[in-house]
Design a protein around this ligand. Structure first.
Ligand SMILES: O=C(O)CCC(=O)C(=O)O
Length: 341
């Protein structure tokens, strides 16, 4: 496989980033984020994993030596319980707002930058095929604006054996590609684009790609956990998916539980005053609660709608949606005491 084309952070400028994203669908910026900031987050994550028995006890947690007996992945209840602890870390969220990331993302999306509020942490056990994320396009799951960008950020050096990402160059030029309707996986044989590229991605490097760029993880064949973040960014005046602001998959997670141990108020509900435009809109969501094809999706839409009501202040929602939400949910437009929700 060909190697990534990359650039050192000191040479990055707006024209380069835009033209690489335009022509290749990705840009790999080397030595972009300061090591101390990455290490601070990694330390907090590995402490959780060590306390949970995911790491071998006879080695330093920062080595991330995986305990094979604890191996689990995203769909396992054991994973979800530990992941929630990681997700609740204040540093996990502030990392997505790192000034360097904001700066480069503004080059791509302009001044109206929306940092998606739910970054994803990847905690990938080694030598487990079922945990490898296969080829897909983020837009299928993320929804909203196609011009949404992902920054993939390993929290330690990630040579080939730790399973860094691979990218299909130029694949973002072909719209949404044929994918398995249940899993969103695109067969590598049929994927449209130029050629697959890959290579080591190290702590501090940022791999940034477009929402339609086909990409895939490579298998982690090492003996260590691979720990990385993926954070998403878009223009807030473009449509965004309301599911990205709430917790549609679970009944007991909320922003209040996420924020319970945070020291600073700065990033809580940071999107609160942004004039977001939802797609599906509140009206569409209200219809989907009754008309979506499957019971699973009807329940999901219902959760999104009710969590928006509970968790988001009405001034977040665009004019049209406010009227619709307040009449349907019988809420006053300016609810006293709602500012902190
Ligand atoms: O880190 C991984 O294994 C997958 C990440 C990914 O697919 C993404 O960032 O969209």
């Amino acid at each position: 496989m060909e190697s990534f084309r990359d650039i050192d952070a000191s040479h990055v400028d707006s024209a380069y980033v835009k033209s690489e994203l335009d022509s290749r669908g990705y840009v790999l910026i080397r030595q972009f984020l300061p090591f101390e900031d990455i290490e601070n987050l990694l330390r907090q994550i590995v402490q959780i994993l060590s306390d949970e028995g995911w790491l071998l006890p006879n080695q330093h947690p920062m080595v991330r030596a995986a305990n094979p007996k604890a191996a689990c992945g995203e769909s396992d209840p054991a994973f979800k319980r530990v992941y929630e602890k990681v997700f609740n870390l204040e540093a996990f969220h502030s990392f997505a707002h790192h000034p360097k990331l904001r700066e480069v993302m503004r080059l791509l999306v302009g001044p109206k930058l929306l940092v998606h509020p739910k970054p994803i942490g990847r905690l990938i056990f080694p030598n487990c095929d079922r945990f490898v994320i296969h080829a897909h396009q983020d837009h299928l799951a993320v929804g909203g604006d196609t011009d949404c960008f992902t920054a993939w950020l390993p929290l330690h050096d990630c040579p080939a054996e730790l399973g860094p990402l691979q990218v299909l160059e130029g694949s973002h030029h072909f719209g949404l590609q044929d994918a398995d309707p249940d899993t969103g996986v695109i067969s590598r044989d049929n994927a449209r684009g130029r050629e697959w590229v890959s290579g080591a991605i190290n702590a501090g490097d940022a791999l940034i790609f477009h929402g339609l760029t086909v990409h895939s993880a490579s298998p982690n064949t090492s003996s260590q956990l691979r720990i990385s973040m993926d954070c998403r960014f878009q223009d807030y005046s473009h449509v965004s998916n309301p599911a990205n602001f709430v917790f549609p998959g679970s009944n007991d997670r909320s922003w209040e539980s996420t924020y319970a141990h945070w020291l600073s108020e700065d990033l809580k509900y940071f999107w609160k005053h942004l004039p977001l435009k939802f797609k599906p809109s509140i009206d569409e969501l209200t219809t989907l609660v009754n008309t979506a094809d499957s019971e699973r999706m009807r329940v999901r839409y219902n959760r999104i709608l009710s969590q928006i009501k509970l968790q988001m202040p009405l001034d977040v929602i665009s004019e049209v949606d406010q009227v619709s939400l307040s009449s349907r949910l019988a809420l006053p437009q300016n609810r006293p005491g709602h500012e902190r929700l």
